[in-house]
Design a protein around this ligand. Structure first.
Ligand SMILES: [Ca+2]
Length: 235
């Protein structure tokens, strides 16, 4: 009995494959801001609304969910971030795209990694028509590659190599509909499951980076999320 209680407290459980799944962080967003007009997400979340949107509110706790909407004055997608460090892990959440152009981005970052721009390791973008997985660490966010791209000096060879760093899978989603999402990272492989359906899978060296330290939810337009959980998975 004591062991059972301890296991529940640590939120550790065994998966079907015999690995250990440990809850690192969760948020159900069942709260309101202390001051409704201000962006006060709480529970350790931060955003780029001050640096990129002139301090305008872009993230709103509403109806026990988290509404994220890029402000008209912002010069960059909204980035809502929380630390949760793992090597292999799982991110689960529910999301809703209310408009055909909306995209939910999950960006995995290690801000201590200085060989890439802004800690970018890899990302998953989910839109109403397609899902994309991209290795950014050994792809477009590698500093040398980024410099060449900004200078428009990308060689045909590099361009061909960069094309191998991402995959895009057509996968239509309905607007104004809640979906469950599971993103699993194991070694150099990332799997995307939406409503229990395997949607996309990708293998690339950047995914195997040993320390995914920060989850950044990237929203270039508007997204609603709820019930987010981040797990570490260990053998
Ligand atoms: Ca909720």
């Amino acid at each position: 009995m004591r062991i059972y209680i301890l296991a529940c407290f640590l939120c550790v459980c065994l998966t079907a494959s015999g690995t250990e799944k440990t809850l690192l962080f969760q948020d159900s967003f069942d709260r309101d801001e202390p001051q409704a007009e201000k962006e006060q997400i709480g529970n350790g979340w931060t955003s780029n609304s001050v640096s990129r949107a002139g301090g305008n509110k872009q993230v709103d706790l509403r109806d026990n969910t988290l509404h994220i909407k890029m402000h008209a004055t912002a010069d960059h997608a909204v980035s809502v971030k929380h630390d949760a460090e793992f090597k292999n892990g799982i991110v689960e959440l529910r999301f809703m795209l209310e408009h055909p152009q909306d995209v939910l981005g999950l960006n995995f970052a290690d801000l201590k990694l200085k060989s890439v721009h802004a800690g970018h390791l890899f990302k998953v973008d989910i839109g109403t028509r397609k899902t994309t997985i991209a290795d950014l660490k050994t792809g477009v966010m590698d500093l040398k590659t980024r410099e060449l791209r900004l200078a428009k000096k990308v060689s045909p060879q590099l361009l061909a190599e960069l094309a191998t760093k991402r995959t895009t899978v057509p996968h239509p989603l309905k607007t104004s509909t809640w979906y469950s999402l599971t993103v699993s990272i194991a070694g150099d492989k990332l799997d995307v499951v939406i409503d229990d359906k395997a949607v996309a899978s990708f293998q690339s060296p950047g995914i195997e980076h040993p320390t995914k330290r920060t989850l950044r939810i990237s929203v270039p337009k508007e997204v609603v999320i709820d019930d987010l959980q981040v797990f570490a998975v260990t053998d």
